[in-house]
Write a protein that binds this ligand. Structure first.
Ligand code: AQP
Length: 330
């Protein structure tokens, strides 16, 4: 079986609909087709300022949500990144093979550093740590949203560079980006992506949110001028975004939706979509709560995951040490 690895940051109290539709949905599906490794990337989460207590809670909530969404510890390896110290170790080695200018071209860094007052070296080297996450597991595929495409290109470049310099070592991974849902837009500002850090409360739907708040947000989503319900992301980004969400969650094609809503108004579509999204999120929130009711069991799952992950990561790192000219790790 080909191998898959992906990670998600525990930087909010809930994942949002963009995280689910862009990436997490594929994580669940790929458990059946791949040897799957998934991690809560708490090392990445401290690249921006954080509170220790909050981070500890969010890491657990993140893992509980992933289980609630359908990750099954029998079919995948789920772990928390900081419990596998091979990640920062390989990251350091890769940093020493990354050009300063090359890292400086990452648009996510430019974006985030222009918004934050405190810009750390960790935020700058973030994509290199991401490369280490992926290359340690020799992953073939990495399911992510469109916003990660550039980082994945860097990972591929680093893997190739290392292989050329030291002899074949890493698998060069492919980004797995689902075209239709690769970018879910902000509900209030449909010209930009739904985002934990940049979206205001009206623009983002959290999976753990109250059903009534979800309904309200969908009903007040910004739509476009005109009345026609047609999929046209360029000219009608708002309504097209709603159609994408509807189509994916309800498993109906966009063409069918366009036909069903022919002659109806935006309000009708939003009213129905509000129910679809609220019905989708409610059981996830309930299952998340029940995983969080038994924190000891949750921590056991994560520890078992970390042990399995470390067996793979440790073996890769030992080979890298050998190639680099380090002594065997003890
Ligand atoms: N709007 C989105 N549409 C589709 N996919 C998305 N992803 C994020 N936003 C969208 C994908 O979700 C995965 C997890 O992302 P992350 O851990 O990098 O989370 P994040 O970047 O903190 O999430 P945000 O909301 O994008 O936060 P900001 O904007 O603060 O950085 C990734 O695969 C990502 O592509």
């Amino acid at each position: 079986r080909p191998r898959v690895l992906s990670g998600i940051q525990p930087t909010a109290d809930s994942f949002h609909l963009g995280n689910y539709l862009g990436a997490l949905r594929s994580w669940v599906d790929m458990q059946d087709t791949h040897d799957a490794y998934y991690c809560v990337v708490d090392l990445h989460a401290i690249t921006i300022s954080h509170e220790p207590k909050v981070l500890r809670r969010r890491s657990r909530v993140a893992a509980a949500q992933l289980l609630a969404l359908g990750l099954d510890p029998q079919r995948c390896t789920l772990f928390v990144q900081s419990q596998v110290p091979e990640h920062p170790m390989l990251s350091w080695i890769l940093e020493c093979h990354t050009g300063f200018g090359e890292a400086g071209r990452m648009t996510q860094f430019k974006d985030k550093s222009s918004k934050n007052e405190r810009v750390t070296v960790g935020l700058f080297t973030y994509p290199v740590l991401q490369a280490a996450d992926i290359l340690l597991y020799r992953a073939d595929a990495v399911p992510v949203g469109e916003d990660q495409r550039q980082h994945l290109e860097l990972v591929r470049d680093l893997a190739q560079r290392f292989n050329t310099t030291y002899g074949k070592m890493f698998v060069v991974p492919e980004a797995h980006i689902v075209k239709e849902t690769g970018t879910i837009q902000d509900l209030a500002e449909p010209s930009r992506k739904m985002s934990k850090s940049a979206s205001g409360p009206a623009g983002i739907i959290d999976l753990l949110e109250e059903p009534n708040r979800i309904r309200k947000k969908i009903k007040s989503a910004v739509t476009d001028t005109g009345r026609e319900i047609t999929y046209d992301p360029e000219n009608k980004p708002g309504i097209s975004n709603l159609l994408t969400i509807y189509s994916t969650l309800a498993k109906v094609s966009i063409a069918d939706l366009e036909r069903d809503y022919d002659g109806k108004g935006y309000g009708d579509l939003k009213k129905d979509l509000a129910e679809v999204v609220a019905d989708f999120c409610a059981p996830i929130a309930e299952r998340t709560r029940s995983y969080l009711d038994d924190v000891a069991e949750l921590d056991k799952i994560l520890l078992a995951g970390a042990e399995k992950a470390q067996a793979v990561a440790g073996a890769t790192l030992a080979r890298v040490y050998d190639k680099i000219g380090f002594r065997t790790p003890v």
